[in-house]
Design a protein around this ligand. Sequence first.
Ligand SMILES: C[S@@+](CC[C@H](N)C(=O)[O-])C[C@H]1O[C@@H](n2cnc3c(N)ncnc32)[C@H](O)[C@@H]1O
Length: 437
Amino acid sequence: MGRVTPTVLVAGIDAAGRPAHPGLAEALAGAGLVVGAARHLAAVPVPPGCATVVLGPLAPALDRLAAAVAAGTPAVVLASGDPGFFGIVRRLRTAGLPVRVLPAVSSVAAAFARAGLPWDGAAVVTAHGRDPRPALNACRALPAVAVLTAPGAGAAELGAGLAGWDRRLVVAEHLGTPDERVTWTTPAEAAATTWSDPHVLLSLAPEIATPEDPAASILQLRPDPRPVRAFRPGTNCKIAGGLGGMRVDDQPAAAPDGGWALPESAYVHRGSMITKAEVRALAVARLRPRLGRLVWDVGAGSGSVGIECALLGAAVLAVERDPDAPIQVNAARHGVDVRVVTGAAPAALAGLPDPDAVFVGGGGMDVLAAVADRRPPRVVVTLAALDRVAPAVHLLRATGYAVDGCQLAAARLADLPGGSLRLAATNPVVLLTGELP
Ligand SMILES: C[S@@+](CC[C@H](N)C(=O)[O-])C[C@H]1O[C@@H](n2cnc3c(N)ncnc32)[C@H](O)[C@@H]1O
């Protein structure tokens, strides 16, 4: 018989209020070391005299666990919910510790259950121990997002960052404990409230935030009285029945079902006020949109560039001076949420949240200068007027950007009478990309 390697038993403490796994009591009874947060240690029967390590900092606990494994001492780690889901299992494995996991109901599953909502189409992101902006941008981009929070990066801070986006929030504090509190609120209210840790935040588009049976499980409830928005299916996205106009599928961060660099006919637009498909393809590629990033589309026109960034998972802010520009119509058609700021740049840019990438499709050098001042990692500019090319390159270089550019002039196939084909030239455009080193 081979030697049995001692393993660390990692047990989840349920966020849905269920009793602990039956195997936990037995493991605790024989344990020589138990590691966990103070609230978890207090919630289970740790035998008198058993060594404990209270989390806090993980490094000393990992050392003690490694020593216990080496000595053959049975060790137990207590963690919240499913320890394999945004939890301690990753760190234990990275430290080379062998584990056996007894999972419990995750705080995310419990929060959606308390809200009475399905969550198979939701994105789950974390603001725990990292820059919270990607989590915030996911909430701006997608209709259903759960955020694991941390002190200083919780419902108040995320609520403040959602100003200008139409969202309903569910704040689920101390799930599965006698102090549990589940609150439906708005971004503005959340920003003005002090929440206790731990809590999970659900960020929901209004269409999916209407609680069906408030009395069932929600302790504190402030449902929004507005009617559910009309359901408008998109042309190139899967939309779950009845959930409203935003893209909802089981791969919220994946490439769009219907592709991108779509023909101009996929957008309502006026005259030439749309970035052509071939130019848009390169512009969108250079903007590097993805879930967790914020893209500004400045001089948005039809909104096609920003909308395609949103289809690829980015949060998008479209700035356009024409109040009749069909950005919202196009966004709804394609099942994405684009925040439109009506006003003329550069003035309209003041106070907007910092972007990861900016597309400048309209505006002069003053707009480009204001954009460069905000130091986005990437700037993409399209220019039809040749006399603007050199000043734009010089401005971006002078502000620290590495710039490259090219001229794009597609000639599209077109039919001639009699079955022949010809090439129909589209207007040449210069595309510049500025990147901060
Ligand atoms: C490191 S993650 C752990 C997630 C855990 N593995 C799970 O499945 O729930 C820590 C975060 O989970 C959330 N959390 C954990 N337990 C919670 C509870 N009982 N009530 C509300 N949120 C909880 C909080 O957002 C907390 O900051």
